[in-house]
Design a protein around this ligand. Structure first.
Ligand SMILES: NC(=O)c1ccc[n+]([C@@H]2O[C@H](COP(=O)([O-])OP(=O)(O)OC[C@H]3O[C@@H](n4cnc5c(N)ncnc54)[C@H](O)[C@@H]3O)[C@@H](O)[C@H]2O)c1
Length: 269
């Protein structure tokens, strides 16, 4: 299977670090011209330079996905310089929260403004470009929190659930132009957003106990999914949310299988 993304142009938001940076790197390795957007200028410049130093075409833009005027400016420049946008990955996100009675209104707004409205604003600016091309792939970051939320995640889970429904509407509206729109729901991938891998052992165990595949996800896991969704192989997939969580809570007590395996020595906690 040859994923064949060579020469395509991809815009990736939140590409300065974490999963977004990995997505840019993996797409670049597949020959994609990568346009890296992030609100953090130095992060995105370093990320693009790392790719350019390896001989890839990678271009950084400082861009806050809440700022529509700046988004329009960036997309206009990308079209001027590269001529098209084949792939849009709305990865930029934040995950702050707290229990509802203590949840700050600003925190609620931050999650909604970046995770949901930012995704909308990027799509609003890029959809006309893809319509003109009569092709495109839009891939949005939801979260496992959109499937089963956790304590204190009201703002985040609500924003990511809304990304799921937004994606379905997008898919429905853009189908006539051969544009697909999908979202994906990572479970637990250690990054600077969550520091899962640095938690005390007992808290790590508690989280790992929710997983059918009892280990953290990797940034690459998401990046490979993005490559697939961006490719011709995924041309008939649209309007879906893909769970990429290692089977989080696929069964009620995933740990039970490991306890069973531990008894005959085939698994060690
Ligand atoms: N890491 C996980 O386990 C996990 C799980 C579920 C969903 N996700 C989602 O995946 C995406 C990436 O997560 P991550 O763990 O890599 O996070 P991260 O915090 O490591 O990286 C997020 C990047 O987005 C950028 N960003 C934040 N707000 C922005 C804005 N307004 N405009 C432009 N850029 C902005 C940040 O500067 C940063 O570079 C997020 O949407 C997150 O909700 C992550």
């Amino acid at each position: 299977m040859n994923i064949n993304l060579s020469g395509k142009v991809a815009v990736i938001t939140g590409a300065g670090r974490g999963i977004g940076k990995e997505i840019a790197c993996t797409l670049a390795n597949e020959g994609v011209i990568t346009i890296l957007l992030d609100m953090n200028r130095s992060l995105v410049e370093v990320a693009a330079k790392e790719l350019a130093d390896q001989g890839f075409q990678a271009y950084p833009y400082e861009c806050d996905v809440r700022d529509y005027a700046r988004i329009e400016e960036v997309i206009e420049d990308v079209i001027k310089q590269r001529g098209r946008i084949d792939i849009l990955v709305n990865n930029a996100g934040v995950a702050s929260g707290g229990p509802i009675d203590a949840l700050k209104i600003e925190t609620w707004d931050l999650n909604m403004d970046i995770n949901l409205k930012g995704t909308f604003l990027m799509c609003k600016a890029v959809a006309p470009v893809m319509k003109r091309q009569r092709s495109g792939r839009i891939i949005n970051a939801a979260s496992f929190a959109a499937i089963i939320p956790s304590y204190g995640s009201a703002a985040y889970a609500a924003s990511k659930s809304a990304v799921h429904q937004f994606t379905r509407v997008l898919a429905g509206e853009l189908g006539p132009w051969n544009i697909t729109a999908n979202c994906y729901s990572p479970g637990m991938i250690p990054t600077d957003m969550n520091h899962f891998a640095d938690l005390p052992q007992d808290r790590k165990e508690r989280l790992l106990d929710t997983l059918t595949l009892r280990y953290w996800g990797k940034k690459e896991d998401v990046a490979y999914l993005i490559c697939f969704l961006a490719s011709d192989y995924a041309g008939y997939i649209t309007g879906t949310m893909i769970d990429i969580s290692g089977g989080k809570l696929a069964t009620q007590i995933p740990r039970a299988a490991y306890e069973f395996a531990a008894k005959d020595g085939s698994y060690e906690f």
